[in-house]
Design a binder for this molecule. Structure first.
Ligand SMILES: [Zn+2]
Length: 385
């Protein structure tokens, strides 16, 4: 068996063996030998019987597993399922819903939702590559609205927002910045004001870069820092390279993913969906499925996400203050999702999932289900990049 699966079928077969799973992750996480994630020492021994290592240094919590210190930490779900979930999320063009993951991997919908949230954290761009643009690069900048109607918003929030003059019609605003031929950056912002847009552009785009944007640019342009090209959408022709076709293509992928695959996107979670779509967009061809999966594997190591962080309930976090759109809950139940729910082996799980991520994930029974290979393959072929 090839040690490096390149297709979903190879991945399913290869990761069915727990030893393969462990060795695969160990080789990528610790290419120079296993080290203790708590103290960095390489004086560790493997305890075969317990499938974990023990550090010889004299600190607390000397034992650790392959999951310790990664987004999988504390999860009772097996590596086989984690790795397949990563494969699907890395490679399905429009994303994959928790209902689909639940059915494909034999876990509850709530568990699948939690796994996906953690994997999306792994997909986040650390922006270690510096800013985009510069060196003659051309950057398209555009905003898009995602989400539902003001009537779904809590009355107080709606009134306050109207009072503060940043009513966005109940929708969340995403600002996208795409360097032509290269990568996209996208962030959720409070509104389309100059105060909201300018700092994000400054943080992401090199000074002096040539910017392409629509007429809204007149409201936030920074002529001393960037050179600007304004697209007049009302005119019926494309004026040479003055267009925003690149970022509009990204928006259509993002909206297709959110509208067609996910049941609901709350603003707090929206930024993670945006990150997920940006990950696939930035790692598109010539990368193949195996390449994208291996790249994601590298990224998940060293990141950890607790349930409280995932749901925004961690002490001190006030989603309303951060995004000002927290009461917005956008529900887009599509035919695609309905099929998944009605075919689900557990209607109860699907119903529980609809209530949202308010409770602790149920994991006690969710590790017993089996991977549903035929369904997984159908899903993957339907959703291929
Ligand atoms: Zn140690």
């Amino acid at each position: 068996m090839a040690a490096d699966p390149r297709t979903l079928q190879e991945a399913v077969l290869f990761f069915a063996d727990p030893v393969n799973c462990r060795e695969y992750v160990v080789a990528r996480r610790w290419p120079n030998g296993v080290i203790c994630p708590r103290c960095g020492s390489d004086r560790v021994s493997f305890l075969e019987k317990y499938n974990r290592w023990q550090c010889h240094a004299g600190h607390k919590d000397r034992q650790f597993t392959i999951k310790t210190g990664t987004v999988m930490e504390d999860s009772p779900i097996g590596l086989d399922k984690w790795l397949l979930a990563m494969w699907l999320l890395a490679n399905c063009k429009n994303g994959v819903s928790s209902y689909e993951i639940a059915r494909a991997l034999g876990v509850t919908q709530k568990t699948a939702w939690f796994m996906l949230g953690r994997i999306r954290l792994g997909m986040q761009d650390e922006k270690t590559g510096g800013k985009i643009g510069g060196g003659g690069g051309e950057v398209e900048i555009d905003e898009t609205f995602i989400g539902g109607k003001a009537r779904n918003m809590h009355k107080d929030v709606k009134e306050r927002r109207q009072r503060e003059g940043r009513n966005t019609g109940g929708k969340a605003v995403v600002l996208g910045m795409l360097e032509r031929g290269k990568t996209v950056r996208a962030e959720v912002i409070v509104d389309r004001s100059k105060e909201s847009i300018q700092p994000v552009v400054r943080a992401n785009v090199e000074r002096r870069t040539e910017i392409f944007a629509d007429e809204h640019l007149y409201n936030w342009r920074m002529p001393n820092e960037y050179s600007h090209n304004v697209i007049k959408h009302l005119e019926a022709y494309v004026d040479g390279n003055v267009h925003t076709n690149g970022i509009e293509n990204f928006w259509s992928l993002l909206k297709r993913g959110i509208g067609g695959t996910y049941v609901s996107v709350e603003p707090f979670h929206l930024l993670r969906y945006v990150d997920e779509q940006a990950f696939r967009f930035n790692n598109r061809k010539p990368m193949d499925d195996g390449d994208r999966f291996r790249y994601l594997m590298r990224k998940i190591v060293g990141k950890r996400l607790t349930y409280a962080q995932l749901t925004g309930k961690e002490a001190g976090y006030q989603p309303e203050e951060n995004l000002a759109v927290s009461s917005l809950i956008w529900t887009a139940v599509t035919s695609n999702t309905r099929t998944s729910i009605s075919n689900s082996t557990s209607r109860k799980d699907a119903a529980a999932g609809r209530k949202g991520p308010s409770a602790t994930p149920t994991t006690s029974t969710s590790t017993k289900g089996l991977v549903n290979l035929p369904y997984l393959q159908t899903l993957a072929s339907k959703l291929a990049v």
